[in-house]
Design a protein around this ligand. Structure first.
Ligand SMILES: [Fe+2]
Length: 253
């Protein structure tokens, strides 16, 4: 379904599936994030369901959402038109690369905060623990994607290019590793949400020093990047890979 950008209010956004809105224009993700609406792990449901659950000002939210669809509202990223191997590589280079680089930085900042302010702000220890476990899970998760799942996707893309039926005996079906990766995404999404709750939506305490500010900015950026990353995988890369495999397996030779 294509969204009418000449007259965004003509679109019945409430009844649309959340991920489909974000797929048309990634700028919509920023508005969703602002209102705490999950478009990656819980993106496969209608928007009105999420609005009711979140108890937000639906009118204001929908107006902001419509504004993002006004023509000339900015560059649109059309990931869904990309070759799947190229998209997987993009995810590795941009999102996996960023996560690997930023984890030691955020960990060091959280350790420092906890050492200096932990006695007064006891929640900082919980934030540090939660971030460390999220970081370990993500490092593990990305390795599985890079060593197992993404090479299968490349193999499927190559099979199509060379007009060959893929030999799937080695891995069964791509649906199995994808299901596992999706469940790990849910775990990571929940951990990021826990950090948001522990920090009261990244609200700085009155006595916050610069390290506090920087760390909260980094954590918020980390969460935003994770949402975009999971969205690209759950809503574009994975379903399209399943379809590609199905299409190739119906071939005779
Ligand atoms: Fe992933």
């Amino acid at each position: 379904m294509n969204i009418n950008t000449n007259n965004p209010s003509a679109n019945n956004f409430e009844k649309m599936i959340i991920k489909d809105i974000v797929l048309q224009n990634f700028k919509a993700a920023e508005v969703m994030e602002k209102y705490g609406i999950d478009f990656c792990c819980k993106g496969k449901r209608p928007l009105d369901e999420a609005i009711a659950e979140k108890n937000i000002n639906g009118e204001k939210f929908l107006q902001e959402l419509e504004n993002t669809f006004q023509k000339n509202s900015g560059e649109e990223e059309r990931f869904e038109t990309w070759d799947l191997h190229f998209l997987a590589q993009y995810i590795v280079n941009n999102h996996h690369g960023y996560i690997k680089e930023i984890i030691p930085v955020i960990t060091a900042h959280l350790e420092k905060l906890n050492n200096v302010h932990g006695a007064k702000h006891t929640f900082l220890k919980n934030v540090l623990d939660e971030f460390e476990s999220l970081a370990n899970e993500l490092l593990n998760h990305m390795e599985k994607e890079e060593r197992i799942l993404f090479p299968i996707i490349k193999y499927l893309v190559d099979s199509k290019r060379f007009n060959e039926r893929p030999r799937t005996e080695g891995y069964g079906t791509i649906k199995a590793p994808i299901k596992k990766m999706e469940s790990e995404h849910d775990t990571a999404g929940n951990a990021a949400e826990n950090i948001r709750t522990l920090t009261s939506n990244y609200k700085l305490p009155a006595d916050a020093c610069t390290t506090f500010r920087v760390t909260y900015q980094e954590l918020e950026e980390f969460e935003k990047d994770l949402h975009k990353h999971v969205h690209l995988e759950n809503n574009i890369l994975f379903p399209k890979s399943i379809l590609l495999e199905e299409e190739l397996l119906t071939r005779k030779k």
